[in-house]
Write a protein that binds this ligand. Sequence first.
Ligand code: GLP
Length: 241
Amino acid sequence: MLDKKSPLPMYYQIEEDIKQKIDSAIYSERETIPSERELSEQYEVSRMTVRQAVTNLVNEGYLYREKGKGTFVAEKKIEQPLQGMTSFTEDMKQRGMNSSSKLLDFTIIPPPADIKRKLSLEEERQVYEIHRIRYADHQPMAVERTFIPVALVPGMQEKDVYGSIYEYIEKNHDYTIHKATQMIEATIADEEQAELLDIVPAAAILHIERTSLLQDGTPFEVVKSSYRADRYKFISEIHRS
Ligand code: GLP
């Protein structure tokens, strides 16, 4: 099983073996893996070595521990490409997952200063503030606070934002959504976010802020999103030269 003569440390070889068992579904998602005692017998190493391997895999998000219950295989993270400007609804559809939203708040407000600036709004313009939990196959993935100028999308109602806001805007207003700037930052969940996302407080969160423009260059939305870091990772292709 393990190559005791290899220069690779034992804990590392165990990690690789466990990862391979997760990949080939010998250990399935949300199921327990064998106990430390069982693993140390199986690999013929000390429990400390096993613990180190398991702890590393917990820290990397492959496994998670539940007090008194054992160590479980985490669900695979969703890999989100960073290139395309897609909507949450499109992202989920592409993966064969079912998207839905819970509307927490839908109000019309004078824009906070940073939103006003990012949307290049004049003094008196109002914005919709739409606060939603986004679900994939009924599991909460993100909470999003979206700001859209009322003047650009007049008459938008609560019923219009349960599904895709992008689809609503493009279909009902004959706009073409063109491009966005996006910022991603690591944060930790506060109590409210943790409750909404069904994670423990202080769990890792990916805070994403997007400012989006229509074809003619008009900014039409600012979105502040908090994505679960245990369920998401972002990938991009990069070129040298
Ligand atoms: C993603 C982006 C948001 C964007 C949203 C639109 O979640 N992070 O910035 O507003 O998609 O999604 P939908 O059209 O499904 O409402």
